[in-house]
Write a protein that binds this ligand. Structure first.
Ligand SMILES: C[S@@+](CC[C@H](N)C(=O)[O-])C[C@H]1O[C@@H](n2cnc3c(N)ncnc32)[C@H](O)[C@@H]1O
Length: 218
Protein backbone atom coordinates (compact mmCIF):
# COMPACT_ATOMS: atom_id res chain seq x y z
CA UNK A 1 0.00 0.00 0.00
CA UNK A 2 1.17 3.53 -0.85
CA UNK A 3 2.94 5.22 2.08
CA UNK A 4 1.25 8.56 1.44
CA UNK A 5 -2.12 6.84 1.79
CA UNK A 6 -0.99 5.20 5.04
CA UNK A 7 0.19 8.56 6.45
CA UNK A 8 -3.02 10.29 5.31
CA UNK A 9 -5.22 7.61 6.86
CA UNK A 10 -3.52 7.90 10.23
CA UNK A 11 -3.58 11.70 10.01
CA UNK A 12 -7.32 11.61 9.38
CA UNK A 13 -7.97 9.52 12.54
CA UNK A 14 -5.36 11.18 14.76
CA UNK A 15 -7.93 13.08 16.84
CA UNK A 16 -9.74 9.94 17.98
CA UNK A 17 -6.82 7.50 17.82
CA UNK A 18 -5.86 7.35 21.52
CA UNK A 19 -9.44 6.97 22.76
CA UNK A 20 -10.18 4.33 20.11
CA UNK A 21 -7.07 2.28 20.91
CA UNK A 22 -7.70 2.49 24.61
CA UNK A 23 -11.30 1.32 24.12
CA UNK A 24 -10.56 -1.60 21.78
CA UNK A 25 -7.77 -2.90 24.01
CA UNK A 26 -9.84 -2.42 27.19
CA UNK A 27 -7.13 0.08 28.28
CA UNK A 28 -4.53 -2.69 28.32
CA UNK A 29 -2.44 -1.09 25.59
CA UNK A 30 -0.61 0.93 28.24
CA UNK A 31 0.56 -2.06 30.25
CA UNK A 32 1.54 -3.93 27.06
CA UNK A 33 3.62 -0.97 25.92
CA UNK A 34 5.30 -0.74 29.32
CA UNK A 35 6.08 -4.45 29.12
CA UNK A 36 7.50 -3.99 25.63
CA UNK A 37 9.84 -1.34 27.03
CA UNK A 38 10.78 -3.37 30.10
CA UNK A 39 11.81 -6.33 27.93
CA UNK A 40 13.84 -4.13 25.58
CA UNK A 41 15.25 -1.75 28.17
CA UNK A 42 18.96 -1.39 27.44
CA UNK A 43 21.11 1.69 27.06
CA UNK A 44 20.38 5.33 26.37
CA UNK A 45 18.96 5.80 22.89
CA UNK A 46 15.46 4.64 21.97
CA UNK A 47 13.85 4.96 18.54
CA UNK A 48 10.11 4.38 18.54
CA UNK A 49 9.21 3.56 14.96
CA UNK A 50 5.66 4.47 13.85
CA UNK A 51 5.32 6.34 17.11
CA UNK A 52 1.91 7.75 16.24
CA UNK A 53 0.73 9.95 19.10
CA UNK A 54 3.96 9.19 20.98
CA UNK A 55 2.75 6.92 23.79
CA UNK A 56 5.73 4.56 23.69
CA UNK A 57 8.15 7.47 23.30
CA UNK A 58 6.68 9.14 26.39
CA UNK A 59 6.80 5.91 28.40
CA UNK A 60 10.38 5.30 27.23
CA UNK A 61 11.42 8.75 28.38
CA UNK A 62 9.77 8.18 31.76
CA UNK A 63 11.61 4.85 32.06
CA UNK A 64 14.93 6.65 31.79
CA UNK A 65 16.08 6.64 28.19
CA UNK A 66 18.26 9.73 27.70
CA UNK A 67 17.44 10.25 24.04
CA UNK A 68 14.08 9.24 22.63
CA UNK A 69 13.17 9.72 18.98
CA UNK A 70 9.73 8.98 17.56
CA UNK A 71 9.41 8.49 13.79
CA UNK A 72 6.20 8.45 11.83
CA UNK A 73 4.80 9.03 8.35
CA UNK A 74 1.89 11.03 9.74
CA UNK A 75 2.45 14.67 10.60
CA UNK A 76 -0.90 14.93 12.39
CA UNK A 77 -0.13 12.00 14.68
CA UNK A 78 3.22 13.61 15.50
CA UNK A 79 1.58 16.96 16.27
CA UNK A 80 -0.14 15.19 19.18
CA UNK A 81 3.03 13.34 20.17
CA UNK A 82 4.92 16.61 20.55
CA UNK A 83 2.39 17.86 23.11
CA UNK A 84 2.80 14.67 25.20
CA UNK A 85 6.56 14.48 25.45
CA UNK A 86 8.46 17.76 25.36
CA UNK A 87 11.80 16.04 25.97
CA UNK A 88 11.45 13.60 23.08
CA UNK A 89 12.39 14.30 19.48
CA UNK A 90 9.86 13.57 16.76
CA UNK A 91 10.31 13.45 13.01
CA UNK A 92 8.29 12.71 9.95
CA UNK A 93 10.28 9.84 8.50
CA UNK A 94 9.94 6.45 6.89
CA UNK A 95 10.86 3.36 8.90
CA UNK A 96 12.29 1.87 5.74
CA UNK A 97 14.76 4.71 5.27
CA UNK A 98 15.63 6.09 8.70
CA UNK A 99 17.58 9.35 8.86
CA UNK A 100 19.84 7.95 11.60
CA UNK A 101 23.53 7.09 11.54
CA UNK A 102 24.97 3.57 11.72
CA UNK A 103 25.07 1.82 15.12
CA UNK A 104 23.74 4.80 17.08
CA UNK A 105 20.72 3.17 18.70
CA UNK A 106 20.30 0.89 21.73
CA UNK A 107 16.64 0.03 21.34
CA UNK A 108 13.99 0.09 18.63
CA UNK A 109 10.32 -0.35 19.47
CA UNK A 110 7.34 -0.86 17.18
CA UNK A 111 3.92 -0.84 18.79
CA UNK A 112 1.18 -1.87 16.33
CA UNK A 113 3.34 -0.90 13.36
CA UNK A 114 5.19 -3.95 12.03
CA UNK A 115 2.27 -5.24 9.99
CA UNK A 116 1.76 -1.83 8.38
CA UNK A 117 5.25 -1.66 6.92
CA UNK A 118 5.33 -1.86 3.14
CA UNK A 119 8.71 -3.59 2.91
CA UNK A 120 9.60 -5.36 6.16
CA UNK A 121 12.88 -6.72 4.76
CA UNK A 122 14.01 -3.20 3.97
CA UNK A 123 12.98 -2.03 7.46
CA UNK A 124 14.88 -4.88 9.15
CA UNK A 125 18.00 -4.03 7.14
CA UNK A 126 17.63 -0.47 8.41
CA UNK A 127 17.06 -1.65 11.98
CA UNK A 128 20.27 -3.72 11.80
CA UNK A 129 22.17 -0.76 10.42
CA UNK A 130 21.12 1.77 13.10
CA UNK A 131 21.25 -0.60 16.09
CA UNK A 132 24.43 -1.10 18.05
CA UNK A 133 25.64 -4.69 18.35
CA UNK A 134 23.61 -6.23 21.17
CA UNK A 135 20.86 -3.63 20.64
CA UNK A 136 17.27 -4.73 20.96
CA UNK A 137 14.18 -4.61 18.82
CA UNK A 138 10.75 -4.98 20.45
CA UNK A 139 7.66 -5.65 18.37
CA UNK A 140 4.14 -5.50 19.77
CA UNK A 141 1.46 -6.44 17.25
CA UNK A 142 -1.73 -8.27 16.47
CA UNK A 143 -1.22 -12.00 16.09
CA UNK A 144 -2.51 -13.76 12.99
CA UNK A 145 -5.16 -16.19 14.24
CA UNK A 146 -8.36 -17.85 13.03
CA UNK A 147 -10.15 -14.70 14.22
CA UNK A 148 -8.12 -12.39 11.96
CA UNK A 149 -8.82 -14.77 9.05
CA UNK A 150 -12.55 -14.70 9.80
CA UNK A 151 -12.57 -10.90 10.09
CA UNK A 152 -10.68 -10.65 6.81
CA UNK A 153 -13.25 -12.86 5.06
CA UNK A 154 -16.20 -10.90 6.52
CA UNK A 155 -14.59 -7.55 5.65
CA UNK A 156 -14.14 -8.63 2.04
CA UNK A 157 -17.72 -9.92 1.74
CA UNK A 158 -20.71 -9.22 4.01
CA UNK A 159 -19.26 -6.16 5.80
CA UNK A 160 -17.73 -4.56 2.70
CA UNK A 161 -20.64 -2.35 1.48
CA UNK A 162 -21.33 -0.96 4.96
CA UNK A 163 -17.60 -0.54 5.65
CA UNK A 164 -17.03 1.46 2.47
CA UNK A 165 -20.14 3.55 3.11
CA UNK A 166 -19.15 4.43 6.68
CA UNK A 167 -15.36 4.75 6.41
CA UNK A 168 -14.72 5.31 2.68
CA UNK A 169 -12.93 2.98 0.26
CA UNK A 170 -9.33 3.90 1.15
CA UNK A 171 -9.82 3.36 4.88
CA UNK A 172 -11.74 0.12 4.34
CA UNK A 173 -9.06 -1.24 1.96
CA UNK A 174 -6.44 -0.26 4.52
CA UNK A 175 -8.31 -2.09 7.29
CA UNK A 176 -8.41 -5.27 5.15
CA UNK A 177 -4.77 -4.80 4.17
CA UNK A 178 -3.71 -4.54 7.81
CA UNK A 179 -5.63 -7.73 8.67
CA UNK A 180 -4.03 -9.51 5.72
CA UNK A 181 -0.61 -8.42 6.85
CA UNK A 182 -0.86 -9.62 10.42
CA UNK A 183 1.74 -12.30 11.10
CA UNK A 184 2.18 -15.25 13.41
CA UNK A 185 4.95 -15.47 15.98
CA UNK A 186 6.81 -17.99 13.77
CA UNK A 187 6.65 -15.68 10.76
CA UNK A 188 7.99 -12.68 12.69
CA UNK A 189 10.71 -14.81 14.29
CA UNK A 190 11.76 -16.13 10.87
CA UNK A 191 11.98 -12.58 9.48
CA UNK A 192 14.01 -11.36 12.46
CA UNK A 193 16.40 -14.32 12.32
CA UNK A 194 16.87 -13.91 8.56
CA UNK A 195 18.10 -10.38 9.26
CA UNK A 196 20.59 -11.25 11.97
CA UNK A 197 18.47 -10.98 15.11
CA UNK A 198 18.24 -13.65 17.79
CA UNK A 199 14.77 -13.86 19.33
CA UNK A 200 15.09 -13.67 23.11
CA UNK A 201 11.53 -13.38 24.35
CA UNK A 202 7.92 -13.91 23.39
CA UNK A 203 4.79 -12.93 25.31
CA UNK A 204 1.14 -13.23 24.32
CA UNK A 205 -1.72 -11.06 25.52
CA UNK A 206 -5.49 -11.10 25.33
CA UNK A 207 -5.73 -14.86 24.91
CA UNK A 208 -3.18 -14.90 22.09
CA UNK A 209 -4.63 -12.00 20.08
CA UNK A 210 -1.59 -9.79 20.74
CA UNK A 211 2.10 -10.67 20.54
CA UNK A 212 5.23 -9.13 22.00
CA UNK A 213 8.53 -10.31 20.50
CA UNK A 214 11.99 -9.19 21.50
CA UNK A 215 15.04 -9.66 19.28
CA UNK A 216 18.70 -8.88 19.84
CA UNK A 217 21.08 -7.77 17.09
CA UNK A 218 23.86 -10.34 17.26
C1 LIG B 1 -1.53 1.72 14.46
S1 LIG B 1 -0.50 3.14 14.56
C2 LIG B 1 0.47 2.82 16.00
C3 LIG B 1 0.88 4.07 16.71
C4 LIG B 1 1.62 3.86 18.04
N1 LIG B 1 2.86 3.15 17.84
C5 LIG B 1 0.74 3.15 19.02
O1 LIG B 1 1.10 2.08 19.51
O2 LIG B 1 -0.32 3.70 19.33
C6 LIG B 1 0.65 2.82 13.25
C7 LIG B 1 1.56 4.02 12.98
O3 LIG B 1 2.62 3.60 12.12
C8 LIG B 1 2.89 4.62 11.20
N2 LIG B 1 3.58 4.04 10.05
C9 LIG B 1 3.12 3.12 9.17
N3 LIG B 1 4.06 2.84 8.25
C10 LIG B 1 5.15 3.59 8.57
C11 LIG B 1 6.45 3.73 8.00
N4 LIG B 1 6.81 3.06 6.89
N5 LIG B 1 7.30 4.58 8.59
C12 LIG B 1 6.96 5.29 9.70
N6 LIG B 1 5.75 5.20 10.28
C13 LIG B 1 4.85 4.35 9.72
C14 LIG B 1 1.51 5.20 10.89
O4 LIG B 1 1.57 6.49 10.32
C15 LIG B 1 0.84 5.16 12.26
O5 LIG B 1 1.00 6.36 12.98
Amino acid sequence: MDKKVIGDIFSSVSGIYDRFLSAVTLRRIHSWQRELLEYTDRGEVLIDVGTGTGEVALKGKRMGYKTVVGLDLSYEMLRLAVTKCKDCYFMVADAENMPIGDEKVDTITLSLVYRHLTDRDRFLEEACRVLKKGGRIGILDINKTALTDLLKFLSRTILKPAGILIFGKDKWDFFIHSLENSLTYDQIREELERHGFAVRKKAVKLGGAVLIIIGVRV
